[in-house]
Write a protein that binds this ligand. Structure first.
Ligand code: ADP
Ligand code: MG
Length: 262
């Protein structure tokens, strides 16, 4: 290939924003020239690499914008530590049919048992499979919606928690009780998503305790009715992983401290 043709090719890939294709052009050309790949093979490799790189960029930027508290996956979840949790059920959820069916997932249990970890892991999995995701604590969502309401922009802000994501994670439901007006914001989000898009909720309270938290029994019933209609409820009954880690750290530190003191 002549130098001017090559330079034009590079400039055109650049103009089209095909950066990965531009990057691998020299090696792909030389492989094609050595007869390793035909015309179709050359083009196929270039496009495949470009698409792969774009997908990677999309995933990275979606994960950055999703508001996740940390990045965790199911691979790093120690199921042996949490025997009350059905590993098969979690793996089934990771196949993401619940998203296609617009079903909800409730992760219930005391602090430290891995509710947020599992919710994040499922959200990461969804993002990697092309779904749009958004993560918020319930408290932060309510504060955002209340502020938007005061500024006369409630409808717009509601979209952040409804139509903008195919999966919304609402973490820490039940840590703080809600006033009737606050519960009403939650109701609007849940009824808007009902049978349209999925929610993952985590809570340290059992569902039976929710009506007390929501200030108003009618709203609580309306919320639970929609939420539980198509849902997978996972109750984790084990011990806190945080405390286990702390206990291990303390056990490790003791001999060192004893040694240092001697
Ligand atoms: P919570 O149930 O309070 O939401 P988290 O999911 O935040 O608890 O878990 C607390 C910490 O312990 C996190 O760093 C999480 O990654 C870790 N963790 C919890 N359970 C497990 C587990 N079974 N295997 C590995 N890490 C875990
Ligand atoms: Mg949590």
């Amino acid at each position: 290939m002549s130098q001017p043709t090559y330079e034009r090719l590079v400039a055109q890939l650049d103009r089209l924003g095909l950066w990965r294709a531009k990057e691998i052009l020299p090696e792909s050309l030389s492989a094609a020239e050595q007869g390793e790949a035909g015309y179709a093979g050359f083009l196929d490799r270039l496009l495949e690499e470009e698409i792969g790189a774009r997908e990677e960029r999309r995933i990275k930027s979606s994960l950055r914008l999703a508001g996740l508290p940390y990045l965790k996956t199911l691979d790093s979840f120690d199921f042996a530590f949490q025997p009350s949790l059905d590993r098969g059920e979690v793996k089934d959820l990771a196949a993401l049919t619940f998203l296609a069916k617009k079903e909800n997932v409730l992760l219930l249990g005391p602090p430290g048992v891995g509710k947020t970890h599992l919710a994040v892991a499922l959200a990461v999995c969804a993002c990697q499979n092309g779904y749009s995701i958004y993560f918020s604590t319930l408290d932060s969502m309510i504060r955002e919606l209340a502020a938007a309401d005061r500024a006369g922009k409630l409808d717009r802000k509601l979209r952040t928690y409804t139509t903008k994501s195919q999966l919304l994670v609402l973490d820490e439901v039940g840590y703080l009780p809600l006033s009737r007006a606050e519960a009403n914001y939650l109701f609007q989000v849940i009824s808007n998503r009902y049978e349209r898009s999925s929610l993952i909720l985590t809570s340290n309270k059992s569902v039976g305790e929710w009506p007390e938290l929501f200030g108003d029994h009618a709203i609580a019933t309306a919320i639970l009715d929609r939420l539980l209609h198509h849902s997978h409820v996972l109750s984790i009954k084990g011990h806190s992983y945080r405390l286990r880690e702390r206990a291990q750290a303390a056990a490790l530190a003791t001999p060192i401290a004893a040694h240092a003191a001697s």
